[in-house]
Design a protein around this ligand. Sequence first.
Ligand code: SAH
Length: 388
Amino acid sequence: MTAAPVQVTARGAERWKQGHPWIYRTDVAEEPDKEPGIVRVTDRRGRFLGQALYSPKSEIRLRLLTRAETPLDAVWWGGRIAAAISHRMGIEANAWRAVHAEADGLPSLIIDKYGPWVVAQLLSAGLERSRDDVVAGIRAALSPQGILLRNDAGVRRHEGLPLEVVLAYGEVPEVVEVVEGGVKYLAAPWKGQKTGAFLDQRENRALVARHARPGGRALDLFTYHGSFALHLARPSAEVIAVDQSTEALARGAENASLNGIDNISWREANAFDLLRELERRKERFDTIVLDPPAFAKTKATVTRAVAGYKEINLRAMRILAPGGVLFTCSCSYHVGRDVFQAMIADAARDSGRRLQVITVCGAAGDHPELVNVPETGYLKGALLRAVD
Ligand code: SAH
């Protein structure tokens, strides 16, 4: 790597010192080549600060890889991926996140393992240039039968990168069977949401199932392929799983038969409308799950999003049976933990219910957050019990 280094301002250098791996466009002083890839970064006096992924078209210009001068080749990538994997032992599932980007010191890189296959996402222009080394590193660390790159995530647009799905190595099937705490479901690596399934809720699904009333009535709103519903079906007498997508529900039903489960009814509806109807009919549920999509996609839509979250939470609280539990969550990065908790408090007040906090939770442990990098956390949840 002989290219001229990228120089950053004192403020840029300070961010790395503070433990945040990103340096923004406005804190870059000199960028001689405008070619994405791994670059050396110095301060304005030419002092070496580290090596970073460089994205000349993105507001996030630099993502720190290391403060060392070592060559960042396939062996380095393999080593760092292996280090991340070493922190993920004992997961009760055959699908889990092996690398959670910034939080594992591998900015803009997501690696999910589905049985013997790997689905990865390369989410920055700088990283894209190291694609061959990253793929070699994944092969060295995980010896998979195939590696699929789900590089169709919208954030790649900010990097000037094409949205594409690419088979980088071996073969990856259309459908993969995931076994999670004894429950089976099918993931779709090529076409499903994210890398094929919502792995971040794994621990929360087990949590809710543990707290569901035996022989009770459960409601899973925004069920997608039914993964919460499947976990609730065992303790509960009856589960109603709701989604507005026919296709998602069909997959959910398929998953149920895969497990020999026949006590889930799949209901196509808008969750907002259905909640209103259930309330009007005075129906009651012992267990309710609210796992909506991100209502706030940008900062500007937070207020409206919070109103939406509050509405579904308020109505869910109202139809909760005495002693019943509600699992509620938000995956909107722009809705912070404090805002989320204030929303719950607000809804609880308006519902007139007395609600205990059983647990406040986030994403599963294989999707860690970095203490000083709020961007690594997006999922927040709470398990509540009605005690009035
Ligand atoms: N609980 C799922 C993930 C939910 S993803 C899991 O753990 O795997 C969000 C789902 O909400 C999608 O399937 C989408 O179709 C559905 N959805 C979005 N808006 C909706 C609405 N207003 N009513 C019902 N379903 C909705």
